[in-house]
Ligand binder design. Structure first.
Ligand code: AMP
Length: 417
């Protein structure tokens, strides 16, 4: 079923097409019609299922349709989310999907100077995406109020509870108008969350989708500890295996993606980089080459990889470990689609071990380590705790290592320059 059968307005359909989305994910197909009908929604869906667009698309549509031309923009929609990374990602999604609607959004989170945020609020905005603490702070200082909210989204409710934000969430709820449409998203539904949902929602429609973890479980995952400066060589070594017909390689930065692609090209491996600094045309061309298998390796940043859907992609290689654990799940979820087999290799240097611990916490398993490769990690400086409060892993810096059963790594070919 294509997006066009969901009565989505043309400006949004156009943006979705540009994102490369053709069909809604299950949570989108189920939720969007309810939200467009004005119903409250209780959705049990994890990150990675497409849940952001499931609320962003219909909220954008309803705001666009009811906007009075010439009227100063008031905050009519609020999305509350537990972390700054999620807030930023959600803000970007609203911007991406809403780029032809004129509907505006801004993101509020703590840990940064509030002045740019308050200046943006002064200009008037339709949608606020916020973490609870900064939102309450700015409300307390009189920089915004929630009296005009028509749409309220509580994202990752169970995570809010885990992170101790329940009190703050309740304070925000108390400031919302009684008459509003509420959308509630949570990956799990423990009793406290069910109780919270009941206090927020009015006769909600219920939607539940299969958790991403079931996808993650069918992917063969491996960790390779390696020093930063040897990551490119390890990648080349890995790609000597001709059974890797194509691979999607992830880097954290655009610059990093370019550097990796150039290194591979120098080693006669057909590679292209795809990231936000490239034109839409250049990105599409690179993607087409990859799909046609004229390019063997596509090196992408997370943002550029959004919406990339390549059938029969067997390998994902993380040259950098993402600092947001959910990003890892997104990345590796590009392979192993529709029950086909998939393999994910992740290169981890000493500084990234804290991120790795957070990932293993999220996926609730320890990823097997391949330690018999030609570039073992020599720099094993003690690792500081992860920067975000909720991210601080609890394990010791040198984690107990599950051994990988991937035997091909025991050979030690010559180092490539
Ligand atoms: P989310 O669960 O909202 O974090 O989304 C997971 C990923 O799926 C994001 O990278 C989205 O850009 C991508 N995505 C969301 N909806 C679609 C769709 N209908 N088709 C393809 N990709 C999508």
């Amino acid at each position: 079923m294509p997006f066009t059968s969901l009565t989505i307005i043309t400006p949004i359909l156009r943006a979705l097409e540009e994102e490369g989305y053709t069909n809604p994910t299950p949570v989108q197909a189920e939720s969007i019609p309810f939200v467009l009908d004005g119903e409250d929604l209780l959705a049990c869906a994890q990150t990675g299922t497409g849940k952001t667009a499931a609320f962003a698309i219909p909220v954008l549509q309803r705001l666009h349709e009811s906007h009075v031309h010439g009227e100063k923009r008031r905050i009519r929609a609020l999305v509350l989310t537990p972390t700054r990374e999620l807030a930023v990602q959600i803000g970007e999604s609203f911007t991406d999907y809403g780029r032809y609607t004129g509907v505006t959004n801004t993101v509020l989170f703590g840990g940064v100077n509030q002045n740019p945020q308050t200046a943006r609020l002064l200009r008037g905005v339709d949608i606020v995406v916020a973490t609870p603490g900064r939102l309450l702070d700015l409300m307390g200082q009189g920089h915004l109020h929630l009296r005009d909210i028509e749409y309220f989204v509580l994202d990752e409710a169970d995570r809010m509870l885990d992170m101790g934000f329940m009190h703050d969430v309740k304070r925000v709820l108390a400031a919302l108008p009684k008459k509003r449409q509420s959308l509630f998203f949570s990956a799990t539904m423990p009793p406290e969350i069910v109780k919270l949902a009941a206090s927020i929602l009015h006769n909600p429609k219920k939607v539940a989708v299969t958790p991403v973890s079931s996808t993650v479980e069918i992917i063969n995952q491996h960790i390779l500890f390696v020093d930063k400066e040897n990551k490119n060589s390890l990648l080349v070594h890995l790609l000597k295996d001709k059974s890797i017909r194509n691979a999607l390689v992830f880097t954290r930065t655009k610059h990093g993606a370019d550097k990796v692609a150039k290194h591979l090209q120098r080693c006669n491996i057909k590679a292209e980089a795809i990231h936000g600094n490239k034109s839409q045309n250049a990105r599409q061309r690179a993607l087409n080459n990859f799909k046609a298998q004229t390019t063997r390796v596509l090196v992408a940043t997370d943002i550029a990889a959004r919406g990339i859907d390549v059938d029969e992609l067997e390998y994902v290689i993380n040259v950098d470990i993402p600092n947001i654990p959910e990003t890892y799940v997104h990345r590796i979820g590009r392979t192993g689609r529709a029950g086909s087999k998939g393999t994910a290799y992740s290169f981890c240097n000493s500084e990234e071990q804290a991120y790795l611990r957070d990932i293993e916490k999220l996926i609730a398993k320890s990823i097997p380590v391949i330690d018999s490769h030609p570039y073992p990690m020599l720099n094993t400086e003690p690792v500081p705790a992860a920067p975000e409060p909720r991210r601080s892993g609890s394990g010791s810096p040198t984690r107990p290592q599950a051994k990988s059963s991937d035997k091909r790594w025991s050979r030690r070919p010559e180092r490539s320059k």
